[in-house]
Design a protein around this ligand. Structure first.
Ligand SMILES: [Cu+2]
Length: 121
């Protein structure tokens, strides 16, 4: 009878271990978040530049800018990189990101066609 009890305890501990490990693995997945950021992109050149700037950051799964809406969809690990960091990277590339405006020096260095953000709204 005592042996059976011990056996049950071992099974219980094993089950608890497997459950905890699975729960932890799932918890890691939930750190991936998706953000949609409105940018001041104008042309294909802008799209490439913004995607490159975002992808350069640590913790980015993917970045894809929609040429029609100028919205960049970013999948990122929220435990590695913050939404604000992503927007700052876009600002530093010379573009607005939602309510955060482009870095002035970076914007001034953009090719002329890429500065027509008001005409393309
Ligand atoms: Cu452009």
């Amino acid at each position: 009878m005592k042996k059976q009890l011990l056996f049950s305890a071992v099974i219980f501990l094993l089950a608890a271990f497997v459950f905890t490990t699975t729960a932890m693995a799932q918890e890691q997945d939930t750190t991936i978040k998706e953000a949609r950021i409105k940018t001041s992109a104008v042309c294909g050149h802008c799209k490439a530049k913004i995607e490159k700037a975002v992808n350069k950051l640590d913790g980015i799964e993917s970045a894809d800018l929609d040429s029609e809406t100028k919205i960049v969809t970013v999948q990122y690990h929220s435990d590695v990189v913050t939404l604000e960091n992503i927007k700052l990277a876009i600002n530093k590339a010379g573009y607005d990101a939602d309510d955060m405006t482009a870095d002035k020096d970076a914007f001034d260095k953009l090719p002329k066609c890429c500065k027509n953000k008001d005409e393309h709204k």
